[in-house]
Design a protein around this ligand. Structure first.
Ligand SMILES: *[C@@H]1O[C@H](CO)[C@@H](O)[C@H](O)[C@H]1NC(C)=O
Ligand SMILES: *[C@@H]1O[C@H](CO)[C@@H](O)[C@H](O)[C@H]1NC(C)=O
Length: 183
């Protein structure tokens, strides 16, 4: 026992180090200042950015440049003006959109999905997009095991729409490592 113990400690320390940096995707939210799109903001579709607005939780929203409001669904189309965040990343090449179908079995469809907020502190929200009614819409995704699963957007008259076929934002964790020692 006494001779094995130091080796066990070493193994534990090595395993802990291996996990550093691989637990959450390299994304962050900057304060959005009207007309000022940060150079590391993620353009999710031509002229469309991923916004976050506070409204019964942190909502995933479509952010239109030049506008000071972000649009999202919460029981219908809503817009929050000011106090918005915009999604940015230092590793945009690790982000990708995956086509999902939430009517199908859930195998791996949520794996590596990027968290975008939460709804009223009840459940997490993820980030989805769809080309709908002639434009790209970015909205909140409720995960596949939830009864209200899917991408939630709005139609022309502002009525909410739940979609099960859409694209979800993911972060490729397989090559991600950012452990940096400063000592
Ligand atoms: C989604 O999955 C359902 C159930 O497996 C299937 O019937 C449907 O055709 C799929 N839709 C698409 C667009 O693949
Ligand atoms: C993740 O990155 C690795 C290495 O670049 C690549 O081989 C793999 O195909 C990527 N996975 C996805 C789902 O893009």
């Amino acid at each position: 026992m006494s001779t094995v113990f130091p080796y066990l400690i070493l193994i534990v320390i090595i395993s802990l180090n291996w996990n550093i940096g691989a637990i959450s995707p390299d994304i962050f939210w900057r304060d959005y200042v009207q007309n000022d799109i940060p150079c590391d903001a993620i353009e999710a579709a031509p002229g469309r950015y991923i916004g976050q607005a506070y409204y019964n939780g942190f909502m995933v929203a479509t952010l239109y440049p030049f506008s000071n409001s972000a649009t999202f669904d919460f029981g219908g189309k809503k817009a929050v003006v000011g106090n918005l965040k915009i999604l940015c990343s230092h590793q945009p090449d690790k982000l990708y959109w995956e086509k999902v179908n939430f009517s199908a079995p859930h195998d791996g469809q949520m794996t590596d999905a990027v968290k975008g907020g939460n709804q009223a502190n009840q459940f997490d929200l993820y980030i989805g997009k769809i080309f709908h009614d002639g434009e790209w819409k970015i909205g909140k995704v409720v995960e596949i095991t939830n009864a209200v699963k899917g991408l939630w957007i709005w139609d022309k008259v502002g009525k909410e729409i739940q979609l099960l076929d859409f694209q979800i934002l993911k972060f490729n964790m397989s090559t991600f490592g950012c452990g940096r020692r400063v000592f």
